[in-house]
Design a binder for this molecule. Structure first.
Ligand SMILES: [Zn+2]
Ligand SMILES: [Zn+2]
Length: 338
């Protein structure tokens, strides 16, 4: 009885948590909807703008608004990707692993299994990175998100403002969302400023419009400044090919920790996230290179690379089409392109 009560309680709590996690998204969406109404109705239609000026303002506004809303939608609703089945510890190994009490033997079991996987990064003590909760050997740059309750490929961070885990599948969308949000704010601030000045010279007689114009300027500037820092930080991360998690804790390779382990040069780093086709860089469609399971590394020599000696063995062990671009999974660039 007590157990079922506890289970019902924890289910209820989880449900509340899920509902509450949407609060930041609802807040942002409400502010955006209000800004749409305030700009289109109160500024362009109520502030006695000339017809041609209002038409130009509205046309540019709607293009920027559309791009911003599209990227926000993609950042929210593109699910993070998990490691594929070949990273899952098989039943026999799992039995051995669970029944074994000696940590060094457990490490050995994982090391044996991981030999056929494209994993290079290790724990701080040099062991294979393993997630007890998901029972998977973690691919390089993969981390377990305690909010989502799963391992996420190339996890960057869990973002409450989009209520989603930002990782391999949606990092480009997140960056574009930040960029277009800044563009949206700066466009509003720059076009509203003139009418904000009129507010003080009493040339704007509509009191309701005055209120909206005033708040449009303050809110857009406030968001622009906060986004500028976040976007600047992520631009730097993309430039050095690091995730937010890796910026705080450098990945550990068999040769030791190296915060620049995935740094391939700025052009290649950009291509990793945005793809090779430049005309698609600013469009929120998935163009990132690779499969999120293995990544080109800076200084992997052929002798250190277990994949080359075994003819991409993991590819022979069943296919898994869950990940976009999985046909590119086995590419490993060996030298940094400077
Ligand atoms: Zn996990
Ligand atoms: Zn998450």
């Amino acid at each position: 009885m007590q157990t079922s009560c506890r289970m019902a309680l924890s289910r209820g709590l989880r449900c509340c948590q899920r509902v509450l996690s949407w609060v930041p998204v609802v807040i942002i969406s409400s502010v955006v909807l209000w800004s749409y109404y305030a700009y289109v109705w109160e500024l362009c239609l109520e502030c006695s703008l000339s017809l041609s000026l209002a038409a130009v303002y509205l046309l540019i506004f709607h293009i920027v608004f559309f791009l911003f809303a599209w990227t926000y939608w993609k950042a929210i609703f593109t699910p993070p990707t998990q490691p594929t089945k070949k990273f899952l510890l098989p039943y026999a190994e799992k039995e051995r692993y669970d029944s074994e009490e000696r940590p060094e033997v457990q490490r050995q079991i994982l090391a044996e299994f991981a030999k056929k996987l494209p994993v290079y990064t290790r724990t701080g003590s040099g062991a294979i990175r393993f997630c007890d909760r998901c029972q998977v050997v973690k691919p390089d740059r993969c981390h377990h998100c305690s909010v989502c309750g799963m391992c996420v490929l190339k996890m960057d961070h869990h973002c409450p403002w989009v209520n989603n885990c930002i990782g391999f599948s949606n990092y480009k969308f997140f960056l574009l969302f930040l960029a277009y949000a800044m563009l949206y704010c700066s466009y509003i601030a720059s076009t509203v400023f003139k009418y904000f000045l009129l507010y003080w010279t009493a040339e704007l007689t509509n009191n309701r419009a005055k209120f909206h114009v005033l708040f449009l300027l303050f809110v857009s500037l406030m968001f622009f400044i906060s986004l500028m820092f976040l976007f600047g930080y992520h631009c730097w991360l993309v430039g050095v090919n690091r995730t937010t998690l890796e910026a705080f804790s450098a990945p550990v390779f068999p040769s030791g920790s190296d915060k620049n382990g995935f740094h391939l040069g700025i052009r290649k780093n950009l291509e990793q996230v945005f793809g090779k086709r430049k005309r698609l860089w600013l469009i929120p469609v998935f163009t990132s290179i690779g499969d999120g399971l293995s990544f080109p590394m800076r200084m992997v020599s052929e002798s250190q690379n277990p994949l080359l000696g075994r003819g991409n063995q993991w590819d022979d062990e069943g296919t898994d089409d869950e990940n976009p671009g999985s046909h590119e999974s086995s590419h490993i660039i060996l030298e940094m392109d400077t």
